[in-house]
Design a protein around this ligand. Structure first.
Ligand code: PDD
Length: 286
């Protein structure tokens, strides 16, 4: 089946969808994105992703080319047209095509680019990786200083993922000034003596929508949550570690730089949080 994608108001077969070579997203990474997961054919935390999209656009003085209602409709139509049961909807907004290359922003009436497509991932909720856990390496965080804005500048995370692959691992945790910021495409956590420890929100990390939900569920389940800095050495001594994102939900981490975390198997806190997250977010899915 040919995938149906959305470009600037049109639903098209993927091979017919085009964007200009002058698009600011292509030339300058002048664009923001969101990834919303789909379970049971329904969108997980759409409102959270929409709110963050509005924030990212605002921080970059970029207009919002759409509305909550219209965007929800496009998400649902793509999920329907592509028969997505489990997977993701990717959304990207750029400052559009000014017809040439120029560092200055284009005139305000320049049409923006809005692109959405689906990714089918059967078995996402039941992923084998969640049963075995993933291995991470640590790398220096080479990204810019506004990681709270979900821009499409993903070269540093992409290089990090490749470094992990070359090292026989699954992902990388990025480190700045001796402290873990986050994973290449997820938020990072350790668990020590029952406390869930994760870096607090600032411009240094993406404000994960899954993170917000998981911390809320953890507090509701009377688990202790501590938002503070932590190091790779502390992570190696932790009882458990895990990451969260829209594409992995809660994913146990079982080794860091080759050192086993705790028993070297997914821990009870990560397992429980994954169960709660999947159950609660599927109940609230739209
Ligand atoms: N990544 N941190 C970074 C750097 C991310 O890229 C992501 C998401 C997260 C988790 O955010 P959320 O819980 O809202 O998905 C944290 C998406 C999934 C991606 O780039 O594919």
């Amino acid at each position: 089946m040919t995938r149906t994608v959305y470009v600037n108001g049109e639903y098209l077969p993927e091979h017919e969808a085009t964007v200009s070579i002058f698009d600011r997203g292509f030339l300058m990474a002048d664009g923001v994105y969101e990834v919303t997961s789909v379970l049971d054919g329904k969108l997980i935390d759409f409102d959270g992703h929409y709110a963050r999209l509005e924030r990212s656009l605002g921080e970059l003085d970029m207009a919002n080319p759409t509305t909550h209602e219209d965007l929800l409709e496009v998400h649902r139509e793509l999920v329907r047209a592509n028969g997505i049961e489990e997977g993701m909807v990717y959304l990207q907004v750029t400052r559009g095509n000014p017809g040439d290359r120029d560092f200055a922003f284009p005139p305000e009436d320049t049409a923006q680019t809005l692109v959405l497509f689906t990714q089918s991932k059967p078995g996402l909720a039941n992923s084998p990786a969640a049963k075995t856990g993933i291995k991470v390496i640590s790398i220096e965080d080479q990204r810019w200083a506004r990681r709270d804005i979900k821009t499409v500048q993903l070269l540093a995370p992409s290089l990090g993922k490749m470094a992990a692959k070359r090292a026989g691992a699954d992902d990388a945790w990025m480190v700045e000034d001796g402290h873990v910021t986050e994973g290449t495409s997820n938020n990072a956590y350790i668990v020590k003596d029952g406390a869930i420890i994760t870096r607090g929100l600032s411009n240094d990390i993406l404000h994960g929508i899954t993170r917000a939900a998981v911390l809320r569920f953890a507090a509701e389940a009377q688990m202790q949550v501590v938002e503070r800095l932590f190091t790779i050495d502390e992570a190696k001594e932790a009882d458990e570690a895990f990451v969260t994102s829209a594409s992995t939900f809660v994913m146990p981490v079982v080794s860091i730089d080759g050192a086993a975390i705790g028993t070297g198997e997914p821990g009870p806190v990560a397992k429980r949080l994954r169960e709660i997250y999947l159950e609660e977010s599927m109940k609230a899915a739209i």
